[in-house]
Design a protein around this ligand. Structure first.
Ligand code: SF4
Ligand code: SF4
Length: 403
């Protein structure tokens, strides 16, 4: 695609990158066919090719309207378009540049600004989120069903006695997961212990919420803080960091890209990304299989976009479950996003619900007994409307560990 970006913008690192990405798009439209928002809305401007074109027009100096901002807001950043694109267009990087520039050029309605600021003031801070959730749980019995189903009940966890192992890996707590679903990391600790890895807690937020709401400065503060603490841990003999939320894993693996122009951090960011592993990447199925006593449940796997499209691992969960002997159900439209997408279910509730119903239909075609996934946001979103239980896949494994 030919481009003619604004001169001053083109001189910046962001401008150079946007120009390179725009020029790599040949406008073929293959990506449109797999875009969840295009499939629902049927508008070219709500598909990847249309969004690329709108970003190009904006960066070339043409007027930007609230409609442009809405079309960019409606993108899930699911990256299904990147998986489909034959030209390797780095759409997600262009989207972040486009969103950040659109924010500067178009004023949002005050209600949207307030909602985004509220999300940024609460979600990345686990203590603040935990306090709010405690209050919400107090009022849970009197809340309408539509709200009640979004607030999971507190679960009592058993006390774990784990062994010492020579291989030690950090396990990220994350920002909202410790309050909403502490059972996920509890299960992961038991399974890691069973395959001779010693799990060590690591607190903190990966920075994805800030980054995706165009709050890049605060995202960088969180990211650099994580990097500094992790380098110290690695220097002290820790072998790596394991992610039980694929959204956080995808973000950690983006650190080298986000810090590529920062001389003080780019090498450290590479080191951190090279030692970041999705939970599915550290499971040794040969060892694990011998420690399981399987149930006969038929399981549908929802692979989060942050695992299949961002981390390019479309089948890692299925591969582990199949190798361990579980029975998997057939599903439809595996590439589609469930509509959770970070804060999307809050900022775009109507579309998010449509995507959720579509995804559940695809997951239920073979009448599974339960659905498993790998990201806290997807899990809670699917669980809010699913007629069968939705769990993290590691919980199924830990439930089946032999005593
Ligand atoms: S992003 Fe890729 S698939 Fe989509 S129009 Fe451009 S080149 Fe074609
Ligand atoms: S990231 Fe997802 S929603 Fe956004 S344009 Fe690509 S496929 Fe569509």
């Amino acid at each position: 695609m030919q481009t003619n970006l604004e001169h001053n913008f083109l001189l910046s690192a962001k401008g150079q990158l946007a120009d390179k990405i725009l020029r790599s798009c040949v406008h073929c439209g293959f990506c449109t066919a797999t875009c969840p928002t295009y499939q629902i809305l049927g508008d070219e401007l709500d598909g990847p090719r249309g969004r690329i074109y709108q970003i190009k027009q904006m960066l070339e100096g043409q007027p930007v309207t609230k409609a442009t901002l809405s079309h960019l807001d409606r993108c899930l950043a699911c990256r299904a378009c990147e998986t489909t694109c034959p030209s390797g267009v780095e759409y997600s990087h262009l989207l972040e540049i486009g969103r950040s520039e659109a924010e500067k050029r178009v004023k949002r309605p005050w209600s949207q600004t307030l909602l985004r600021k509220t999300l940024l003031a609460i979600l990345p801070f686990s203590a603040r989120f935990d306090s709010l959730l405690k209050v919400a749980r107090l009022f849970r019995p009197v809340l309408p069903y539509s709200l009640k189903k979004k607030i999971p009940e507190k679960i009592a966890l058993s006390k774990l006695t784990l062994k010492n192992h020579s291989k030690k890996m950090l396990i990220l707590d994350g920002c909202v997961q410790p309050s909403l679903s502490p059972e996920i990391n509890h299960a992961a600790r038991q399974v890691l212990d069973a395959i001779d890895i010693e799990p060590v807690s690591f607190s903190g937020c990966c920075g994805a919420i800030n980054q995706h709401l165009s709050d890049e400065d605060n995202a960088l503060i969180l990211i650099k803080n994580n990097i500094d603490r992790l380098i110290t841990e690695f220097d002290n003999g820790i072998d790596g960091i394991v992610m039980t939320a694929t959204g956080c894993g995808a973000m950690f693996k983006e650190y080298p890209f986000l810090l590529q122009y920062d001389d003080a951090y780019k090498d450290k960011a590479e080191q951190v990304a090279s030692k970041t592993f999705d939970l599915s990447e550290v499971i040794d199925t040969k060892v694990l299989k011998t420690k399981l006593d399987l149930t006969k449940d038929c399981i549908a796997v929802h692979t989060p976009c942050t695992l299949q499209h961002a981390q390019k691992q479309p089948s890692s969960i299925e591969n582990i479950l199949t190798a361990c002997g579980y029975q998997l159900s057939v599903i439809k439209d595996k590439h589609l996003c469930c509509g959770s997408a970070g804060t999307y279910s809050i900022t775009q509730p109507k579309l998010s619900q449509q995507l959720l119903q579509q995804r559940l239909t695809g997951l239920m075609v073979d009448s599974p007994d339960l659905i498993v996934t790998a990201n806290i946001g997807c899990l809670l979103h699917l669980n809010s409307e699913s007629t069968v239980p939705v769990k993290h896949w590691i919980e199924i494994i830990s439930d089946n560990l032999k005593p």
